[in-house]
Design a protein around this ligand. Sequence first.
Ligand code: ADP
Ligand code: MG
Length: 315
Amino acid sequence: MDTGPAIAIRNLVKRYAGFKGGVGKLALDDVSFEVPQGRIFGLLGPNGAGKSTLINILAGMVDKTSGSAEIWGFDIDRDRRNAKAAIGIVPQEIVFDPFFTPAEVLEIQAGLYGVPKALRRTMALLREVHLADKAEAYARTLSGGMKRRLLIAKAMVHSPPVLVLDEPTAGVDVELRQQLWELVRRLNGEGVTVVLTTHYLEEAEELCDRIAIINHGRLIANEATRTLVEMAREKVVVLTLDRDLAEPPQHPAFVKSERTAERTVEITYDTDRMNAGEVLALLQAQGYAIADVVTREPDLEDVFLHLTSAPREVA
Ligand code: ADP
Ligand code: MG
């Protein structure tokens, strides 16, 4: 496969079984998107959005309710073996047998994937994740950061073209986060397509070429990172003015100006170009007196609100 998507997800639905066979949680609600080859793709969403459910379906650890998924052109139902060979998955939870050494962990995993002894890359992989000197240490003696790096090596034993990391940096310190980002970039530089889930907008922004956002099991965006970040740069100031307005005040520097009540306007501005004080000054220069002001910090929630209130084309 040269040009097709690394992963294609079509109309994926997951409803978990409910208590005593009742109707359970709809964790994925008709999700469709494609991950292009060769990139770092981010699947972003708050806790409970359905990210791990989606990854676990790709991993064959959770059964989907309906829809389909292809990995490297292989359907996960019809061509399970090839689909599995094409993907390496780093799960959200760290689980190791504490009495295995990193070298053993990789050898056992290679065995599970049927990698012949002659083709195993145990030491090369350990070097790649900077664990060569820990090859014979017990897993329980490794630091949290070392364990995470070992998990990445473990996911790569069968040299899959696609590597998926489920929340690689949730709860890790800044230094380790930087280390993991560097490792992800290096693997991607070597040609590996990377998919990572995160609930940190900043991480997706830093690392990913493209970002899909899921919220309550629904895909609400699938955009080039730059496009998405520009949305987050827009901030809203909500103003109550001293008199009724026929028209919202306008200025070329405003991204958007909307009258939301008789005396209330919401002005969207680009935080790269101006601040809330300058918005107020422009209005005062036009003769408006301002009775009240509320601003919001841009965050993931804002991007969500923006996206859910103005539905966008999703690929
Ligand atoms: P995320 O990884 O984005 O935090 P998850 O995929 O783990 O989200 O969870 C999505 C939703 O499905 C959540 O509401 C979660 O409680 C629910 N869920 C996850 N796993 C199960 C399960 N095994 N049984 C029932 N509900 C589940
Ligand atoms: Mg998760």
